[in-house]
Design a protein around this ligand. Sequence first.
Ligand code: NAP
Length: 301
Amino acid sequence: MKAVVMDEFGGPGVLHVAERELPEPGAGQVRVRVRASGVNPFDGKVRSGRMQQMFTTELPAVLGLEISGVVDAVGSGVEGLAAGDEVLGHAEGGGYAEYALATTVAPKPDGLGWAEAAALPVAAETALRVLDLLGVARGDTVLVHGAAGAVGTVAVQIAAARGATVVGTASEANHDYLRELGATPVVYGEGLIDRVRAVAPDGVDAVFDVAGQGALPDSIELRGGTSRIATIADPEAYRLGVTFSGASARDAGELAELARQAADGRLRLTVARTYPLEEAPAAHASVDTGHGRGKIVLLAG
Ligand SMILES: NC(=O)c1ccc[n+]([C@@H]2O[C@H](COP(=O)([O-])OP(=O)(O)OC[C@H]3O[C@@H](n4cnc5c(N)ncnc54)[C@H](OP(=O)(O)O)[C@@H]3O)[C@@H](O)[C@H]2O)c1
């Protein structure tokens, strides 16, 4: 099969298409004929070699955390899934390929496109995990840093659907987009505290830092302490006593529910751009900029 392989760490140019052996599904796994694979900033961090101390990757490697496609083989102990099922889910061992293995998958509803489906698993798991951790509920005012990106897009909508008032930071170019998602937009950077207070005069009840771009001190000031603040991307959290949330258990049922919502239009999924597998370097160069609106997706056929 064709896969996007990296033999060394470095810039986007280390990614290239090569032949790999077809992976065999182990116990509990399915093999999926991949149609689309989401590209995450995490992939770029692994590719650069910066993650090696925390998360060791052996080379050669195939990146890619999330996929949509058609089940093609089923490992032992798998129930309720069969060859031919259209699914989306979390890839194990590399999603940027024609075939990938997965354990947590959900049915892909007919009304959901392949690219949109591949944009959902990581954003859904992350957004639900952190909003639950923060206890976001009706009546809360939630500040989301980096609200227009792939995770932010889903987090804003789930928070708003729970009945929270959402304030989201983004560059000016993404402000109309944030309004459409249900958030009040503010520009990030110098002067943020005043801008947030202007739109949320009664204060902020919780802060979800998706961006990881240095907004934790301002967040602590806005909250009057470190409670109900969580980041998924800023290691300064450890020094400041703020909660850092990493990946945790995945839930196929929750993924299935959000996929249904996306298919019937209750949850908007934004695919910023698609690229064929051969153009993985360009896809990574785009994600590396850190200024996406929604998700970059690779199409595998
Ligand atoms: N720990 C976990 O479990 C976990 C899970 C998923 C993702 N992550 C991490 O979370 C981060 C976001 O992921 P993503 O997929 O949502 O990324 P993304 O799609 O690339 O979005 C990043 C967003 O950050 C915004 N941004 C850039 N500079 C900013 C700043 N100084 N202040 C506030 N916002 C800024 C950008 O908005 P503009 O375009 O408007 O500038 C962009 O929309 C990444 O670092 C990723 O690795 C962690």
